[in-house]
Design a protein around this ligand. Sequence first.
Ligand SMILES: *[C@@H]1O[C@H](CO)[C@@H](O)[C@H](O)[C@H]1NC(C)=O
Ligand SMILES: *[C@@H]1O[C@H](CO)[C@@H](O)[C@H](O)[C@H]1NC(C)=O
Ligand SMILES: *[C@@H]1O[C@H](CO)[C@@H](O)[C@H](O)[C@H]1NC(C)=O
Ligand SMILES: [Zn+2]
Length: 615
Amino acid sequence: MSLRNRQQKAETNMLDERSSLLDGKVNDRRRGAQWFGWQHFIVFPLLIGALYVLSGSRRSLINEYSLPSYYIIHNARVYTVDDVQPFAEAFVVRDGHFVDVGSGTELRQAYPDAKAVDAGGRMIVPGLIDAHAHLIEQGLALLQADVTGAMTLSQVRSRLVSYLDAHPDIESNKEWIIGKGWDQTKWPETNHQFPNASDLDHPRLRHIPICLFRIDYHAFWVNEAALEKIGKVPKKVDGGEIVRDSNGRLTGVFLDNAMDIVDNAMERPGEKRLAEAIEAVTQRMVSYGLTGLHDAGVLPWQLDFLKSIVDAGRLPIRNYAMIKCPDPAHYCGDIVPQLFNYGDRLTVRSVKLFLDGAVGSWGAAMIEPYSDDPTKSGFLRMNETDLPDLVWKWIRHGYQVNTHCIGDLANKITLDAYEEAFERLGEQGKDLRLRIEHAQMVRLEDIPRFARLGVVPSMQPTHATSDMSYVGRRIGPDRVRGAYAWQSLLNAGVSHIPLGSDFPIEGINPLLGIYAAVTRTDVDGSSPHGPTGWYPSQKLNRTQALKGFTLDAAWAAFQDSELGSITPSKKADFVIFDTEFMKDDLPPSKILETQVVTTVVGGNVVYGTLGGFTT
Ligand SMILES: *[C@@H]1O[C@H](CO)[C@@H](O)[C@H](O)[C@H]1NC(C)=O
Ligand SMILES: *[C@@H]1O[C@H](CO)[C@@H](O)[C@H](O)[C@H]1NC(C)=O
Ligand SMILES: *[C@@H]1O[C@H](CO)[C@@H](O)[C@H](O)[C@H]1NC(C)=O
Ligand SMILES: [Zn+2]
């Protein structure tokens, strides 16, 4: 099913739930329970949902419902991701935690007072965790103007005009139009070159600052009104480019680190817009079975905002947020408090550092020049000589360090810096779980260093399939053997590879990642090496892929004692799917068709219902 269909489905479900509320049947949890009886296991909206509906608000219905606090799910095919008992038929949940896992008959005898819920033979897995994604960016992206697929400049302009028609408050609030998705390689009018600010000119748009992300999020394109707001700019920017024409005038395109110039000129979205964004993204997350994410770079003010969302009870998923300092090359731990399980939702004890760019724009820092453009070898986003001290400073203050590294040079420099920290710490450094985000292109001799040092490669299977059409050419046949090398890392002794999507760069649905991990093909089953997949020896099997999105992710956040598997005493986060995609004989294409039936966080349903099941 297409994303659009999925979104419509989620919205339809919400409307159904809302109309039952408006019928006045269930605006009281206990009364509701008596009316329906738990045998129907209809779930009851929390008061907050009722208030939003009764106040007539179209948005902001938090999709969280209460269940009885003590229940047993049986007649299920449970993949626990727990080696002690990898497969089970049933489990018991009490007060938000798993209390027992095993056979249905035995558990029903042992827990006669638990409300019994028949899962109808469906598959259940632990709540999925996206180990690298961007919550607020994705939420805002869902609200942004979308020019993806525009084949001409005038299509871009007309999409923006329609967007403005649909969002008249932008003009009255003096907000910017933020959009995404342009791709100059599609446009004959610019000769496939970068556009300029006047290409965005239109009578309706002229007075509104416009800023559009390129499709890879590595460039901004702004209009004249935005350039006016931006004002004076520096001559050049390390690790980025301010594009100028032959007369030295700004064209309105800003690459990589130069994008900060535009960011700084932009009004920060208002709290109302941000709350809408969080609601939009978390609703989609739970509709895909995600119960948590590792938020890969959250600014201090964004952390404050997330806290307020947690305080309001409006964060249905768990967020393991990595701090992003206003200047990521400098320590900022003194302006952000650490948080552990704040409101049972938010943890802040790690930092995101950024070492290089992306491979799509030749920005990934490589030791040797690119094979398809020997004039380039990428760039570092900070001075490598500063990295060891910066890493050390964060570690000393009790933080986990997670560094963005795509190219083999960035990976090597970071492994060196981490190694230096481990040497300084000796035994104390044993369990730091320092991470490299992406670990995308690694020299073969650096692969065993991950295992030896205990450095965690945090990887994104869909990046491999998105990049596979050109990466072989870009870095050549030798270096590509260390690219997206999941199985090589495991064979070298790496114990955990947390998996993620990097949304909004890739889709939110974690099944896209599981599919990419087990096939290394595009969603249509093709790859540069045919239907068996791109470098198929690097594929993960389904067990490994599921572990990456559950236990390995929990482990990489120091949360493996409470999350990541269906294990007694852990928090009851789990997902019921309509298809048993973990069965090895099921064709991989079925993974993509699989739908979430129910998503549960801490014992409470946050998506779907358990209604309609017989007990
Ligand atoms: C912007 O680019 C267009 C082609 O897309 C060109 O015709 C125009 O002269 C350029 N404008 C400026 C101000 O450079
Ligand atoms: C990096 O820092 C070192 C030491 O502070 C300095 O000598 C060097 O010039 C810097 N390199 C760059 C590219 O800024
Ligand atoms: C998946 O890989 C793991 C690790 O190599 C192995 O132990 C397991 O048996 C494999 N599972 C299947 C179903 O092949
Ligand atoms: Zn990212």
